[in-house]
Design a protein around this ligand. Structure first.
Ligand code: F6P
Length: 520
């Protein structure tokens, strides 16, 4: 197989990677001005790239490469609502959900649906939606999966306050998930939101039927169940046929990708649990970063740099995974959300035109909250054979006031975050030559700082990662807005389901047959 020679700018980046292979971060960090020069800001976000294994020549060539790849034109297409998802023939207008980009028709459709969502959220919060016994609904269980779950679940978990409206999330078709979330709830005062862009997702519809069954078992007459079932979808006809009443149907559109949909009516759980004002502030924070990403040149564009640095680490330095460690319990679900965003968007091997990509594309994204993670897998990050770049996220101020005089827990949290970044970068030679105590260092990270974990900062952070993912896709030549990779498994699951139910199907391999025989 012959491979095309790299373009001059890619060859220059390869040469930088070879040049920097023998340069330790310890030496790069001797330059006192480096952190100031390599940091960028966007709205409430500050990102320090000085612990990455690169220099300004690399950053300049990464930016030049992005331009070569048509970054500016693709970015304009994104905000203008042109088709940037060619395999599905769609634009990707998640920024329009935050009031940036799109045309007036899109803006008014968005405003109308968000207004309906806010009204429904307010009604629920005010006790204005009666259950089948006439008493107000007091809990909302959101049923959805993937992009119809991870974003709202993360934001709700990050911003919820004690005593707020009871909102719960169910994703897994494992019956235990719904059963455990229903503990303590009363059918007479519980509503369900069935959240599905397509309204065809097997897991969500099966859980929706189980929710209906639970309402009936709790005494709800069949004709009253639809009064406690809300639908959120881009397929309103399918939702209506499933039994969602028009008054409880919230819509969004096929030009909102599932993993970019939390900003739409998919965020109903956020509006109900945290309030419509918090949800608006979240979208406002995202809009600040949207405008920055749209307007800032590549050299000072924070999300673009995040995306380019991630490609530098994966495609040029050959580092296969990337950890995301929020030093915030409120952000403990951030890695799971980012995992879908990045890996479902860019975990591909085909170019926009269907050719094969010769370099590695997406890193494996994983992580957990600090400081807990330090007492788990950080051992391997410091001394394991594989180098894992880390994105650290930390807030300057705590959300929770001091519990006692001299309460220094937030200082401990921040100190640990910065200390990990420093230890990974600098490493340490053991004084007595004991290899067990050697820390090689030279392990890259980016430190993201927010003023505090509030709605605006969180919106900015999430939008930053969305645009970083888009930037990475642009230089890799990928369509980040389709996800054909998940389809094959879904088709197989349908056949296996039939086998488990006792049907025989031709063309099933012996291992699948054996597994089914064991599990029947
Ligand atoms: O499994 C992939 C996927 O299509 C995701 O992209 C999407 O977020 C999720 O399934 C749920 O889909 P839906 O919202 O249509 O139920």
């Amino acid at each position: 197989m012959t491979t095309a020679p790299p373009t001059p700018i890619v060859a220059a980046l390869d040469a930088h990677a070879r040049r920097l292979a023998s340069v330790h971060l310890r030496n790069l960090l001797c330059d006192a001005a480096r952190p100031g020069r390599l940091a960028l800001e966007a709205g409430p976000l500050h990102a320090d790239f000085s612990r990455q294994r690169l220099d300004e020549a690399v950053l300049a060539d990464l930016a030049a490469w992005a331009s070569d790849c048509g970054f500016e034109r693709r970015r304009e297409d994104l905000f203008a609502g042109r088709v940037v998802n060619p395999t599905e023939g769609r634009p990707a207008l998640h920024t329009a959900l935050r009031g940036v980009g799109g045309d007036p028709a899109v803006a008014s459709a968005v405003a109308a649906q968000l207004h309906r969502m806010d009204a429904l959220a307010t009604r629920l919060r005010d006790g204005g939606l009666p259950g089948f016994r006439g008493t107000p609904v007091r809990a909302l269980v959101c049923i959805g999966i993937g992009g119809s779950d991870l974003g709202p679940r993360l934001v709700h978990d990050a911003l919820r306050e004690p005593g707020g409206f009871d909102v719960r999330f169910v994703a897994n078709v494992d019956p235990d998930d719904l059963a455990r979330e229903l503990v303590g709830l009363d059918a007479a005062t519980t509503a369900f939101a069935i959240v599905s862009k397509t309204f065809t997702t097997r897991e969500t519809l099966a859980n929706g039927l189980a929710a209906r069954g639970w309402l009936a078992a709790g005494g709800c007459p069949p004709e009253a169940t639809s009064g406690q079932l809300i639908g959120v979808t881009a397929a309103p006809e399918a939702a209506r046929s499933w039994g969602i009443r028009p008054g409880l149907l919230l819509e969004f559109w096929d030009w909102v990708g599932g993993r970019y949909s939390l900003w739409s009516t998919v965020g109903l759980g956020i509006a109900v649990g945290c309030g419509p004002a918090a949800f608006a502030a979240l979208r406002g924070g995202a809009a600040t970063v949207d405008r920055h990403f749209r307007d800032a040149p590549l050299a000072s564009n924070l999300p673009a740099r995040v995306g380019l640095v991630s490609v530098w680490n994966r495609a040029f330095l050959g580092l296969p995974s990337q950890a995301l460690i929020p030093y915030s319990e409120r952000l403990r679900l951030l890695p799971a959300w980012a995992q879908q965003l990045v890996m479902e968007s860019n975990g591909k091997s085909a170019t926009l035109s269907g050719g094969r990509i010769e370099r590695p594309t997406s890193p494996v994204v994983w992580g957990a909250s600090g400081t807990n993670a330090q007492h788990s897998f950080f051992q391997q990050l410091h001394q394991g054979p594989d180098v894992v770049p880390v994105d650290f996220v930390v807030a300057r101020a705590s959300h929770t006031p001091s519990a006692y005089d001299g309460d220094d827990r937030h200082r401990i949290l921040v100190a640990n975050c910065v200390a990990q970044a420093a230890a990974l970068a600098l490493g340490r030679e053991p004084t007595d030559g004991d290899g067990h105590r050697a820390f090689p260092g030279n392990r890259p990270s980016t430190l993201f700082t927010l003023p505090r974990i509030d709605a605006g900062s969180l919106g900015a952070l999430l939008a930053c990662w969305e645009h970083a993912t888009f930037t990475a896709a642009t230089v890799l030549g990928i369509n980040p807005f389709d996800q054909f990779g998940v389809e094959y498994g879904k088709v197989m699951a349908t056949s296996v389901e039939s086998l488990l139910a006792g049907s025989d199907i031709d063309g099933i391999d012996p291992a699948t047959r054996a597994s089914v025989a064991r599990l029947r």
